[in-house]
Design a binder for this molecule. Sequence first.
Ligand code: FAD
Length: 392
Amino acid sequence: ATARVAVIGGGFGGTACARALRRLDPKLQVTLIEPNRIFTACPLSNEVIAGLREFSAQQFSYDKVAADGIVVAAQAATKVDAAARTIGLADGSTLSYDRLVLAPGIEMRFDALSGYDEAASAKMPHAWTAGEQTLLLRRQLEAMDDGGVVVIAVPAAPLRCPPAPYERASLIAHYLKARKPRSKILVLDAKDNYSQQKLFEHAWAELYPGMIERIALSQGGRVTAVNPASNEIVTDFGNYTAAVANVIPPQRAGRIAAIAGAADRTGWCPIDPVTFASKLVPNIHVIGDAAIAGGIPKSASAAAAQGRACAAAIVGALAGKPPEPPRLDGACYNTVAPGYAFSLKGIYQPKDDLYAEAEVTTSPVEASREVRQREADEALAWFNAITGDAFG
Ligand code: FAD
């Protein structure tokens, strides 16, 4: 009989996996389960927040995915019975699978920061999933008076897209510098060091002198509580009142991963790095942000690379072939002003049961504006390519 593979989550990981499955074995029955009929991409959403890009440029439909012969079920998965190999959907229907790929991305841990629950996020947006949250943060910045303080609260690792909070601070500074020049940005950070820190600091000194202050973990930067009524943000060392509060809480794998039994006590999903097979439940694979993948940053490029490698492992396993350890490519661009970007590009391979960097290149700290401009052009080309692979 034809093998049935179900993929839960139609983001960067899930679409890459579903499409690669069909490409590698056109006879496979592939179902992609995703409640949203329109996907809204996070990469470049910081440009939307800064007023540099249209929100609609972030949105994509699943029409072309369906045209590949993938059954797109526009439903949320609400249950997984790993023993029976069935998935329950929100409309009450049930679907059987031979293999299941979980690619649900993240959910916010609304139990992690005192005062920060889902209702609070309507006042203090995280904007860490793209959509209404992105637009809300944009509107708040537009409505803010000149001279206000924008507070960005950054959680400890692991988080989705580790450099994106600093990209966001940069692009918000770009907007404020032009429109509300007496305003400031305060980054309260639960980390001491972060990805591409030297590049960001160099760019901030050059482009936004005196506008962005960052308080690191060891200086008391860890946010412990928030009060949405007063827009107050509490750390161990003091309280801050924000004109606009962008609170990015700690995260974990999307809820269905825990429902399926694939998440461990950390909230993330342990996997075999060669096959992406869950270490906790049989016949289930986990890819993208939800997986524990060691040194690979949680990014769209990593999710897509994992999706393709997972598809190859599944097709191989169904044909009884031993898996090949994958080499995953990841590229991560950070735009700090229009025409000014830098990047981190890496190749990652399984090592000691996780992924480790095989090769990583970071842009030089000192570079000409031509180099920064070229990377800004590359960032846009990267976005067009990855969304084209996923939805085009
Ligand atoms: P997602 O893309 O989030 O997809 C998960 C999907 O699963 C969603 O569509 C969701 O609706 C669906 N889902 C969840 N639960 C269920 C369920 N129960 N049933 C059915 N479907 C479900 N990455 C980069 O590589 N480059 C960047 O420049 C970059 N910039 C970023 C900027 C910001 C501000 C942010 C927040 C992130 C950025 N990222 C970037 C990170 C990137 O967006 C994520 O790493 C990537 O989306 C992860 O892919 P994924 O497939 O794991 O999850």
